[in-house]
Design a protein around this ligand. Sequence first.
Ligand SMILES: Cc1ncc(COP(=O)(O)O)c(C=O)c1O
Length: 389
Amino acid sequence: MTARELPFFARDLFEADKAVLLRLIKEIGTGADQRFILGEHTAAFERMLRESLDAADVVACGSGTSALTLVLHGMGVGAGDEVIVPAFGCAPLAATVLGVGATPVFADISRHTMVVDPARIEELIGPRTKAVLPAHLFSMMADMPAIADLAARHGLRLVEDSAVAQGAVLRGRPAGTWGEAGVFSFVQVKSFGMPGEGGVVVTANPALGDAVRMLRNHGQDGVHRFVHHRIGYNSRFDEIQAAFQQYRYALFPARLERRARIADYYTARFAELADAGVLPPPAGRDGRCYYVYCLLCERRDELKDWLAERGIGSHVYYPRPLPRQAAFVAHARQGARWPVAEHAAARILALPIYPHLTDAEVERIADAVCAFARSTASNALAEPEGVPS
Ligand SMILES: Cc1ncc(COP(=O)(O)O)c(C=O)c1O
């Protein structure tokens, strides 16, 4: 019998909850009030998250990207302001800053964790810096204690991009609650993903929550229809998804735990591969959310092909640093360099980690990576070049 294909993006993520989803579509779709956005289910979903995070407010909106825009706009970040963002990460980190008229300033990352390096952030703070926007990425939370400290010392607004890190906890404090505002994304592959688009803003500042709530629905106050207090956006939340996510929240810790166990297993198996050019992420559970499991590999493209030949999907998050993307290159500082981000972009590879992988499948993936490492001549991981001390 040939082993089944293990795609990187699982095709059956919502299979176990399909009956509930179909029931909700019918109930809400045929409900007497015909309310499909921003109704009682959205309000209850927001309340549930607010209480579980002990936040001042949680505002559901159209996506994680939109959540970042709403926060930046709500904080009054705009033309003439600079926002420090990681040089390695997803496009919304830079695009949302540019979208509100401000300038992203790209800070290099730490070699092993691949999240933004607080020392690099601090070097970039200047008179125009208005906010810091660190992101948790792959399985790592950013160093929030250090970043919160530097934001406080320099009087900067702190926005925590926790789009991928819902459920992670660092030193007892949940992801999303470290900054003045945090965001989560529910796009399907995220740790609390759903079959559609959506996100939330989590905030400790009630006034910012009010501003975001107004901005998400064209500047209306939620009481008087078609009365617009300010220019806003269409970034509303879907009632069916809100009801579905409430149902699924009780099952979320078990799925996170399964992801963490798979990661623990991979990391233990790969611990001895550093001399063969394969470096797993740091071991441990604090400040970790196993949204994707990324390792560094000196011969990344060969490993990707090797896995594909064995029916195992993998993915490159991200093939180049943000300031090297055509979309953002013109906005990057002239002469600036991001050697650690370049190093990661050439070596990073994500392995499948969805919770319903069986133990045998997880073992098969780990075996394939170890067999690759043994098959090649010793080729230790290179160091990034030109890193300032
Ligand atoms: C770190 C990070 N921030 C923001 C986003 C944007 O979230 P969304 O896809 O819901 O717009 C994503 C996901 O794509 C992400 O990975």
